[in-house]
Design a protein around this ligand. Sequence first.
Ligand code: DGJ
Length: 541
Amino acid sequence: MKILSYPPRMAYILAFFALVNIAVSCTPSTPEAEMPILVENEGRYALLVDGEPFFVFGGQSANSSTWPNMLPRVWSAIESMHANTLEIPIYWEQFEPEPGKYDYSIIQMVLDQARERDVRLVLLWFATWKNGSNHYMPQWMKNDAKKYPNLMNKEGRYVDSPSPHATAAMEADAGAFTEFMRYLKKADPGHTVIMVQVQNEPGSWYSVRDYCPAAQQLFEQPVPEALLKAEVLEQLNIPAGARGTWEEVFGKDADEYFHAWHVASYIEYVAAAGKAVNPLPMFVNAALRDPLTNPPATHYESGGPTDNVIPIWKAAAPSIDIVAPDIYLRGDETVLKVIELYARGDNALMVPEVGDHAKYLYKVIEKGIGFASFGIDTRWGGAAGDRPNPLAEDYKLLAPMAGKLAQWSFEGRIQSVVEPEEGDPSQRINLGDWEAVIRFGKGQRLDLLQDQQPQNRNGKAMIIKLDENEFLAVGTTCRFTFNPIGKNEGKNWQYLKVMEGYYEKGEFQMIRILNGDQTDWGGPYIGEIPTLLHFTLGVRE
Ligand code: DGJ
């Protein structure tokens, strides 16, 4: 098992034992608590909060909501969706209104209010880059475009995106970020803040890279040795030993790779400075490209951690623990591909922003450490009459078991499926000596499912293998049944016990035992409201 995010060796050992003896998670901050850390084992990750695995059931505020008069609505949205974590921006322009003068009031306010509600925080450092632009740089920087330049496109015009070659901006950002992290260290010994996002969707629209004379000169130099390691080149499909200028080594991808390297290196400079004073786990979020069609870099935000340049980001920015996909793309094939591409042996899957994507929550629980819905206070609110957040029912059931789920995910016990968009509505999960068959669709009886009304095909299910014959299952609009396979193949079987329940304080609480009509039609059916079932199966020898 590896521990990431600048762990002292001792933390490594402690965390290992913490993982072996998992108790409950999600406890509120205490005055002094263990530093949140990311641990890895055989390519799977867990985020440890207070020394125990924790899954982020998150909501992100809208961009302009970190202000005293806006926060009540944010908290009401967090409460009504049952989230355990709020992701919320901290604005550089607010934090450093004059060079070297800092205003901690907003950060303190967010910390205080989160603690009152026992909600964890992921703070988003909106600084040099926000969706590829410099819009959160303080005004005193925006007024000095010579010192803090934007990048120049191929035609020689400045575009609305900061240059990653602007050393003065990079130093100013690192200075402010360090002060922000130093303040957190002092003001947050209980670690209400569990992770920090450094920048927001960095990269650039409108130009694949900076073409200003200084950048051009760099582009014509040899590629830095640090990027030419065999394992990096292999992932980029470049022959080992390749050397030369960016164009010589990377051909048609040279402009984008050059930009990705420099954006990532700039952010590394900022992140490393902050981590040196406060080593919280850090991530950078990506505005995605279509993962299926390999589009040209002019069609998406170039230089950010899109799937094709993850190895470049990993080489340039070791202080960034995670590159994280913001998922707004739609369609099962596309979304499942994104999940696959970002859940890597060298990268924990954290999904800091989604739109209306509740369908994929279980897949991210299976493979990752966190999931958050974007714009909770403006898209779904929480005020009376607002449309409820589509994740609310799932979070209500699952957030109280966030620690258990994180632990099971880390141990590889969870498997999930989503309802196919077309065709046969069933999915199968191999559980060793049992196969779970999950048949999606609305309807109370298996026979009625055959001619059901068309529906939106948003069903989802996950199964947690607790023991050989014991499983937990959660789902929406689906029916669970099982087939004996492996050493049970061909044997008669039956449900020994099926319980519906929930988790509290780390323990399963039974609501009722399902039997009769609730299990006789092939297995229990779950409607729109997610339900937690505990199965014990048996063969009749
Ligand atoms: C992704 C960005 O990261 C968010 O800050 C926000 O701008 C959304 N896109 C758009 O709603």
